[in-house]
Design a protein. Structure first.
Length: 142
């Protein structure tokens, strides 16, 4: 709320719109679950990550359609979301984490991919994109 207020005072339209989207998603999640208490941080980070992914996808679409004005706005809002997300994990760190998960689950091949992905997404979902995690799991299991 403090960030929304400061964006309003600064008349920063892009930042204000991005922050209001975050607030809206959080309020929708609260009403969806019927939970009047605060949501946990992991869920909030997952919601912000989803908003960020939507903005980046829209950016790519606008870029393909030569709509630079709309693409810039999407990218600017994505940058606001990134301020609230944890720093993405490096490829080396991701590989090391997934190797640890493979060892702890006792996975031995592609038949165990579902089990490894489930644990990986719970542990690393807010730090890396699901597609990147999936590709790394496939590479390490095969």
């Amino acid at each position: 709320m403090a960030d929304i207020k400061s964006a309003m005072l600064a008349k920063d339209k892009v930042r204000l719109e991005a922050l209001r989207a975050i607030k809206s998603v959080i309020l929708l999640e609260k009403t969806k679950t019927g939970n009047k208490e605060d949501l946990n941080d992991d869920l909030i980070l997952k919601l912000i990550g989803k908003l960020n992914k939507q903005r980046l996808d829209a950016y790519e679409i606008y870029k393909e359609q030569n709509r630079a004005d709309l693409a810039e706005e999407e990218l600017a809002q994505s940058n606001v979301y990134k301020e609230y997300l944890p720093k993405p994990i490096s490829t080396e760190e991701l590989k090391e984490e997934i190797n640890q998960i493979i060892i702890s689950t006792g996975a031995s091949g592609m038949k165990d991919m579902g089990r490894v992905m489930g644990v990986s997404m719970k542990k690393l979902g807010s730090k890396a994109d699901g597609a990147v995690i999936s590709a790394m799991v496939k590479q390490l299991l095969s």
